[in-house]
Ligand binder design. Structure first.
Ligand code: ATP
Length: 477
């Protein structure tokens, strides 16, 4: 992967995919806004996921739960007690670091200096302590012993490692400011599904096994949030929780892991940039019996895009305990009662959007020039068709506008008459537009246009009535 993250950041800004939030005020760290192309791309990814989950499965239904939830939810889920990252401050520079990331940087420095053995040893210690929770005294010891320096200041004067809860807290209602009214912005969408599981069961005519899908915002006060939309403080998740009979969970988990891998390929991500990585048993989250990441080869290395988890009956049992409401399922056929197990697929929409941009980005040499092109699957492309009159002449403009109006019913199209045709093609290459149509004088005679394809830049002459068909089959492929 030769592309740097900087290339993606700068293209995102210059073409209007993704902007930093509140940029005119200097920006708000780890929060981003989607521009005209970005919102289309993100929505196309979301729709593709939604369709693959709900429409393609007769036993998966959707919901849209609120961001605010009863505070007890987060006690039951374990987030109040345990959704922490290990944090450490440098007293001198007042900068805050995620302790495990500091160690990782240090390990890299050791490797750069050829001290591989020591690096391996530290890496092993870091791996066994885990990154979230539980990573405290041991790590602190390592930091002190190794005298790790703050990455930018050189000097160091560390505080102790503290566990920092990642949930954003705010106050609910107008009257009070005490902690009694504290309410959280949800750090994951899953809990909205668990607390609605009974409602869905009672109303949607589903039977175990069945799934509930949801797309929505989640908020995490990440200690370190760099790397563009890879790690944000406000982001979107697309999650599906699948409720199964205990004993069938392992098989279902494996099925979903495979299915989700196939989905990533189906949206055009190159196979060599994808891999599934199971979590070792000793690094599983408190609620999980098995877990795997689907990882993508980002410019910053192989990183998780999606998690597949076997959450057992942990969540439903906890909600049963904390709410006092029964969460059991009665199996009519077998005449038995049980709390279902949950297999979860959880993917970040923003991270997925970044994956699509990274996988699509190419720089190609064309006639001694570099063309930047986003070779993404046509079904994800923000603009499907560019329409250009060869020059600004009324007859050409008229036919171009007519084609535009016809196609607009079904596709996002862009009419552009400024600059040379070559420049107009390049602009659409950078936007990932798979098809461009040019209207010229010959076409006025025989009712044809030129279709130019983004990926191989080939051009075809087609009849105006065939345009729709060509585009339709191109998007499906
Ligand atoms: P990480 O280890 O990267 O912090 P996680 O294991 O905590 O992620 P999950 O809680 O399993 O992540 O969330 C599921 C998905 O949500 C992730 O695979 C990722 O795509 C997305 N996600 C999680 N945190 C963020 C974030 N801060 N910004 C953007 N996407 C995120």
């Amino acid at each position: 992967n030769l592309t740097g993250l900087d290339d993606i950041v700068s293209l995102s800004k210059s073409r209007g995919f993704i902007f930093q939030s509140s940029e005119v005020y200097g920006g708000l760290a780890a929060v981003y806004d989607y521009g005209p192309l970005g919102v289309e791309l993100k929505r196309n990814i979301q729709n593709t996921w939604w369709k693959a989950m709900t429409q393609a499965h007769d036993n998966i239904v959707g919901i849209d739960a609120a961001i605010f939830m009863h505070p007890k939810v987060w006690e039951a889920s374990g987030h109040v007690e345990g959704f922490n990252d290990p944090m450490i401050d440098d007293k001198q520079s007042k900068k805050r670091y995620r302790a495990d990331m500091l160690i990782e940087e240090y390990i890299q420095k050791l490797r750069d200096k050829g001290k591989a053995e020591k690096a391996d040893d530290l890496q092993q210690q870091l791996d066994t302590t885990g990154t979230r929770n539980g990573l405290c005294e041991d790590l602190y010891e390592i930091i002190m012993q190794e005298e790790i320096k703050a990455p930018d200041s050189g000097a160091f004067d560390w505080t102790e490692v503290r566990q920092f809860n990642l949930m954003f807290k705010t106050h609910y209602g107008a009257t009070s400011k005490d902690d009694e009214d504290a309410i959280y912005l949800r750090p994951e969408t899953a809990q909205g599904i668990f607390v609605n599981y009974k409602n869905v069961l009672d109303t949607a005519r589903v039977q175990v096994p069945f799934g509930i899908a949801q797309v929505g915002k989640a908020f995490r006060n990440e200690v370190v949030a760099r790397q563009f939309v890879f790690r944000m403080r406000e982001f979107e998740q697309m999650e599906m929780q699948y409720f199964v009979e205990p004993g069938t969970d392992e098989e279902t988990y494996n099925n979903w892991l495979n299915k989700r891998m196939e989905w990533h390929k189906s949206i055009g991500i190159r196979e060599e940039n994808l891999r599934a990585t199971p979590h070792p048993d000793d690094k599983l989250a408190h609620y999980a019996r098995a877990a795997a990441d689907i990882q993508f080869n980002f410019p910053i290395g192989w990183q998780e895009v999606e998690g597949i988890h076997n959450r057992t009956d942990f969540d439903l049992s906890r909600h049963q305990e904390y709410s006092g409401k029964k969460m059991e399922y009665f199996d009519q056929k077998e005449q038995k009662r049980y709390v279902p197990y949950v297999i979860e697929t959880s993917i970040g929409l923003d991270r997925c959007t970044l994956m699509v941009l990274c996988d699509a980005y190419r720089e190609e040499e064309v006639d001694g020039d570099t063309r930047v092109v986003l070779k993404m699957h046509p079904k994800l492309a923000p603009t499907k068709v560019g329409i250009f009159p060869l020059i600004k002449k009324p007859e050409l403009q008229e036919l171009a506008h007519k084609i535009e109006a016809d196609l607009q019913e079904e596709y996002t199209v862009l009419y552009d008459e400024s600059g040379s045709i070559g420049k107009r093609y390049r602009r659409q290459d950078e936007a990932g537009t798979p098809f461009c149509i040019t209207v010229d004088f010959d076409g006025l005679e025989d009712n044809t246009v030129t279709i130019r394809y983004r990926d191989d830049m080939k051009q075809d002459r087609v009849s105006v009535d065939k345009v729709d068909e060509v585009i339709r089959s191109g998007i499906k492929s």
